[in-house]
Design a protein around this ligand. Structure first.
Ligand code: NAP
Length: 323
C-alpha cells in the first residue's frame, strides 16, 4: 500500500487527507516512481479549491522527484534505478510512490540533490519559460515581477541577475524584500505600504517597464497595467489573489498594451524541448548561478499545514513535502 494525500470534496486545507492507496505495476508507457521529495505549488491550491477542476475523489500535486522502481512495456525514456523529476501529468504527486506516464519524466543529473531538484521542476521551469520563451529577455531590460520572494520568484530573481536584467520585485514585507535582493532582485517594492506603479515610474524615469510578470492576478492587475511602457506586455501567469478580468479598451487607453496568459503545457512540448528547457536550468544550477534549496519542508502527512502556510503568505521561496 502507498500513502497519498487525497480529497473527496473541494475546499480549505482541511479537505486533504492521508489515505492508503493501491499502486499497481506500471502499464505500457508508464513508470512507477518512488518519491524522494514533492513540491508544493500555488497551482495545487487552485486544484484543491476547485478553481482548476478535478474529478473527485482526487489526488493532488503535479511536481515531484524520485527514483524509477519499475517500468512498463515499451518504455524508452527512463530506466529502473534512474533519478527523475516531473512537472506535468496527472494529479497525484502528493504520495510516496505512484505510476506516471514515462514521457513526462525528466532524468535528473548527478550533483543536484533531490530536495533542490524538487524546487526546480515546476518553479525553475516556470522561470525558464517566462524569461526565455513567453517574453524572452535579452539582458539590459528593466522588468517588474510580482511575488519576487515566492517559490518561482526567488529563482526568477537569480535568473534575472544571470541574464543582466534589472528586476523590480514586489513583496509584502521588509524581510521578503531583503531576501529577494539577496537573490538578485535589483529594486524591491513593499506593496503593503508603497504605490507600485508610482515607484516603477520613479525607478524607470517615467518610462515604465516593457514587461510585467504577474502571478498575483486580481489584486495587482491595475498596478501592472499602470507600470507598463507604451506597447508593453503583461504576462499574466497566475492568479494567487483571484482571477483576472481585463477590459480591452483599457489596453488601448494605457498604451496599446499586450496581454498573454501562458500555460506550461504549451511551452514544455514536445518532450525534446522540455528536456532542453530542463538542461538550460540544470546548467545554471551547476554553474552556481541558481541556488535553490527549499525554505520550508513538511512531512507528506502535513500537506494541509503546508497549504495553510502558502496561502497565508507565511512562506518564502519553495516548499517541499517529504514522504
Ligand atoms: N502559468 C504557469 O504555467 C505557472 C506555472 C507555475 C506557477 N504559476 C503561478 O506562479 C505563481 C507562483 O507560484 P508559487 O508556487 O511559486 O507560489 P508563491 O509565489 O510562493 O506564492 C505565494 C506568495 O504569493 C504572494 N501572494 C500575493 N497575493 C497572494 C494572495 N492573495 N494569497 C497568497 N499569496 C499571495 C505572497 O508573497 P508576498 O507575501 O510577497 O505577497 C506569497 O508568499 C502562482 O500564482 C502560480 O499559480 C504559473
Amino acid at each position: 500500500m502507498a500513502k497519498a494525500i487525497r480529497f473527496h470534496a473541494t475546499g480549505g486545507p482541511e479537505v486533504l487527507r492521508l489515505e492508503d492507496v493501491e499502486v499497481g505495476a506500471p502499464g505500457p508507457g508508464e513508470a512507477r516512481v518512488r518519491h524522494a521529495a514533492i513540491a508544493v505549488n500555488f497551482i495545487d491550491v487552485y486544484v484543491r479549491t476547485g478553481r482548476y477542476p478535478a474529478a473527485l475523489p482526487s489526488g493532488l500535486g503535479s511536481d515531484a522527484v524520485g527514483v524509477v522502481e519499475a517500468v512498463g512495456p515499451g518504455v524508452t525514456e527512463v530506466e529502473v534505478g534512474q533519478r527523475v523529476g516531473y512537472l506535468l501529468g496527472p494529479q497525484g504527486a502528493y504520495a510516496d510512490v505512484r505510476v506516471m506516464p514515462a514521457a513526462v519524466l525528466i532524468p535528473l543529473p548527478d550533483g543536484i540533490a533531490d530536495t533542490v531538484a524538487a524546487t526546480l521542476m515546476m518553479k525553475g521551469m516556470t522561470a525558464q519559460y517566462l524569461f526565455r520563451q513567453v517574453y524572452p529577455l535579452k539582458g539590459g531590460e528593466t522588468i517588474l515581477y510580482h511575488a519576487a520572494a515566492g517559490g518561482v520568484g526567488l529563482i526568477a530573481c537569480q535568473w534575472a541577475r544571470a541574464l543582466g536584467v534589472t528586476m523590480i520585485g514586489t513583496v509584502s514585507s521588509d524581510e521578503k524584500a531583503a531576501l529577494a535582493r539577496a537573490n538578485g532582485c535589483t529594486h524591491t517594492i513593499v506593496y503593503t505600504r508603497e504605490n507600485v506603479a508610482a515607484r516603477v515610474r520613479e525607478i524607470t524615469d517615467g518610462r515604465g517597464v516593457p514587461v510585467v510578470y504577474d502571478s498575483v492576478g486580481r489584486d495587482t492587475l491595475q498596478a501592472s497595467l499602470d507600470s507598463l511602457a507604451v506597447r508593453g506586455t503583461l504576462v499574466s501567469n497566475g492568479t494567487s489573489s483571484g482571477p483576472v478580468v481585463i477590459d480591452t479598451m483599457q489596453l488601448a487607453a494605457k498604451g496599446s498594451l499586450w496581454v498573454t496568459r501562458p500555460a506550461m503545457v504549451h511551452y514544455a512540448a514536445p518532450r525534446s524541448h522540455m528536456l532542453a528547457m530542463a538542461e538550460e536550468l540544470f546548467d545554471l544550477v551547476r554553474a552556481g548561478k541558481i541556488v535553490s534549496d527549499p525554505r520550508q519542508s513538511f512531512p507528506l502527512a502535513e500537506a494541509a499545514e503546508a497549504h495553510r502556510a502558502l496561502e497565508a503568505r507565511a512562506t518564502s521561496g519553495a516548499t517541499v513535502l517529504l514522504p
